[in-house]
Structure formats: structure tokens, C-alpha cells
Design a protein around this ligand. Structure first.
Ligand code: PBG
Length: 338
């Protein structure tokens, strides 16, 4: 007996997990989780004008598009199998005020974009954010009285905002404001306006996170935001509270729930998915995107592999899908593999 055989016999292993990993076909055969273009939602930043494609400095590869360019780009991404897009406006600073008036204007950037997208690519799901931050002069998601974000008055405005967006053709209303009771109020408002079939994807467990920084650059609230959002967004230390938030939103009529940010909160995604068995989405936020891209630009990470691994991790944790700025690139890669 050679020394090598002696060592192998000495271990006496019956189970050798590496046997299943020895070749690509075998790894594919035993794979538990898969990623598909239909799992992806593409967040799109909008800006006024025509033919515009403004790079977002802190998010290499991400742009603010004028509506004409956005519809073109959305058409391409839809052709790769991405089912839905989420719209975020960079409102002209001169139009922002204390009351977020423009949020209720049926001619605002988001409403015009909804109509344009629904007419050029009717088969793409359009998700619109309900929150006041792109429209307030102070950058908060709600109305400010003194230094308090007032809950119930804000909910009244959010409900009108949701109905305004539904009238423009939004398929899914996504409240990202974290006010109490907003999902129930929005559901009632939509139903009263005869939008029973408009869905609600609530940002149910949304944390007060440092990872939203680049997004605030993109929509132009980074410099204007007064204070922080800790009096309404969740404390990153909490997990039971996330379950209570999700339970409330489902009771009030949410069709789908979201956890945000994504990668630092995989435990929350997992608990929410296991507990409620409702469609649970993860938002891989701007700061997560920026981290991967920055490291890749330094040559410290393989961009493609890090992107695909991060997206797969959300599926493994239990997410039904992921909002991700990588959607166009990931979908193209997945398409290439078909
Ligand atoms: C605003 C909103 C935010 C994001 C989505 N909707 C930012 C915030 O709460 O300040 C963040 C998305 C991202 O960072 O990619 N209501």
C-alpha cells in the first residue's frame, strides 16, 4: 500500500461532499438556488430635458436619464427579460418646497415617465416610489413641523401621491417613507379611486442606513437633507421590529414586502421570508452598488463575479427578487448563458 492509500483508508470517510463539486455539470445538478432575469427590478433615475444621460458620480455605470432616453433604455432591459422598473426623479431644486407640492402634480417627472413607459413598453411593470423626499426642500420623506416629521398629515399627502401615480399608469405603488399606517390608507385611497388592481410593494423593513448616500446624490437630496431619518426609518440593531413592521403592512394590504438595504440585512430577508411566506424583495441599495464598483475599479474585486454572487445571495436568503442597479448588466450576462 502506498502512503497515499494509507492516508485515504485511514480517514475512512463515507461522506465526501467534494464528490458533488468535482465538475461543472455536477455542481449545476446539485445547485439549490438559481438567478434569472425575472428576479430583477431595475431602479431608474430620471431628470428633466431631452437626450440626457447624466452620470451619477458615486455610482459608476449609473445615469440619470431624461424620459425619452429612459424609455429607450427600459425597452432594451425589458428585452433581456427584466420584468419591472422602479422610478426615482431628480426634481428641479426650484420646484421643491416645504409641502412637497410637486408630488401631487399629475405632470411631474414621474407621472410623465409612467405614461411614456406604459405607451412604449406596456408589458413592463412600472413601480413608483411613494415618499416626499424628492419633492421637499428639506429632503425628508414626510412633512416637517418644527423638527418633527408629522405622521398622519404626511400619510394624507402620500395617499394622494399614490392615487396621482396610479392615474398616470403606475402598476405598483411602493411606499418607502416608513410612516405608520400608510399602507392601509393608500390601499383605501386606491380602492376609492377605482384602482383595486394596482399593487402595493411596501418598503416594510427599511433601515436608517448609511448605504443610501449615493442615491441621495442621484436624486439631489444629499446637500439639502436636514438632520437624519432615524425618527422614522428603523434602527439597524433591530430584527423583531422588522417582523412587526412586515406584519402590519401585510394586514393593511401590502401585496409584496421589501427589506432594505440588502446585503447587510440578509438575516432580516431570511426571517421575513420564512415567517410570512409573502413575496419578499431585497433592495441592493446605492451604497452596496458603489462598494462593489469602487473595489472593482481598484482591481480589488472581480466586478462580474461579485455582482452575480451578491445577487444570488439574496435568492438564497429567501428573496423572490432584487431591486438592483446591476439589473441591465446581470440580465445581459444571464441571457448570454442561456
Ligand atoms: C427615499 C428612498 C431612498 C431610497 C429609496 N427610496 C433613500 C432614503 O430613504 O433616504 C434608497 C435607495 C438606494 O440607496 O439605492 N424614500
Amino acid at each position: 500500500m502506498s502512503d497515499r492509500q494509507a492516508v485515504s483508508a485511514g480517514l475512512g470517510l463515507v461522506q465526501r461532499p467534494r464528490r458533488n463539486r468535482k465538475s461543472d455539470w455536477s455542481r449545476r445538478l446539485v445547485r439549490e438556488t438559481t438567478l434569472d432575469a425575472s428576479d430583477l427590478i431595475w431602479p431608474v433615475f430620471l431628470v428633466e430635458g431631452e437626450g440626457r444621460r447624466e452620470p451619477v458620480g458615486s455610482m459608476p455605470g449609473v445615469f440619470r436619464f431624461s424620459i425619452d432616453v429612459a424609455t429607450e433604455e427600459i425597452g432594451k432591459v425589458a428585452a433581456l427579460g427584466v420584468p419591472a422598473v422602479a422610478l426615482f426623479p431628480n426634481t428641479d431644486p426650484r420646484l421643491r418646497d416645504e409641502m412637497a407640492s410637486v408630488a401631487l402634480d399629475p405632470e411631474n417627472l414621474v407621472c410623465r415617465a409612467c405614461r411614456a413607459i406604459k405607451s412604449t413598453t406596456p408589458d413592463v411593470g412600472v413601480i413608483t416610489d411613494v415618499a416626499l423626499d424628492p419633492y421637499t426642500s428639506h429632503g425628508h420623506d414626510g412633512l416637517l413641523r418644527g423638527d418633527e416629521i408629522v405622521n398622519d398629515e404626511t400619510v394624507a399627502v402620500l395617499t394622494q401621491q399614490a392615487v396621482t401615480q396610479a392615474r398616470a399608469g403606475s402598476d405598483i405603488i411602493a411606499p418607502s417613507d416608513m410612516m405608520d399606517g400608510r399602507v392601509g390608507a393608500i390601499r383605501a385611497g386606491l380602492d376609492a379611486a377605482d384602482f383595486q388592481n394596482v399593487q402595493i410593494m411596501s418598503y416594510a423593513a427599511k433601515y436608517a442606513s448609511a448605504f443610501y448616500g449615493p442615491f441621495r446624490d442621484a436624486i439631489g437630496t444629499n446637500k439639502t437633507l436636514r438632520g437624519d431619518k432615524r425618527a422614522y426609518q428603523m434602527d439597524p440593531a433591530n430584527t423583531d421590529e422588522a417582523l412587526r413592521e412586515v406584519a402590519l403592512d401585510l394586514e393593511q394590504g401590502a401585496d409584496m414586502v421589501m427589506v432594505k438595504p440588502g446585503m447587510p440585512y440578509l438575516d432580516i430577508i431570511h426571517r421575513v421570508a420564512e415567517t410570512f411566506h409573502a413575496p419578499t424583495f431585497a433592495y441592493q441599495v446605492s451604497g452596496e452598488y458603489a462598494m462593489i464598483m469602487a473595489a472593482a475599479q481598484y482591481g480589488w474585486l472581480d466586478e462580474e463575479r461579485a455582482m452575480m454572487e451578491s445577487l444570488l445571495a439574496f435568492k438564497r436568503a429567501g428573496a423572490a427578487g432584487v431591486l438592483t442597479y446591476f439589473a441591465p448588466r446581470a440580465a445581459a450576462l444571464l441571457r448570454g448563458r442561456e
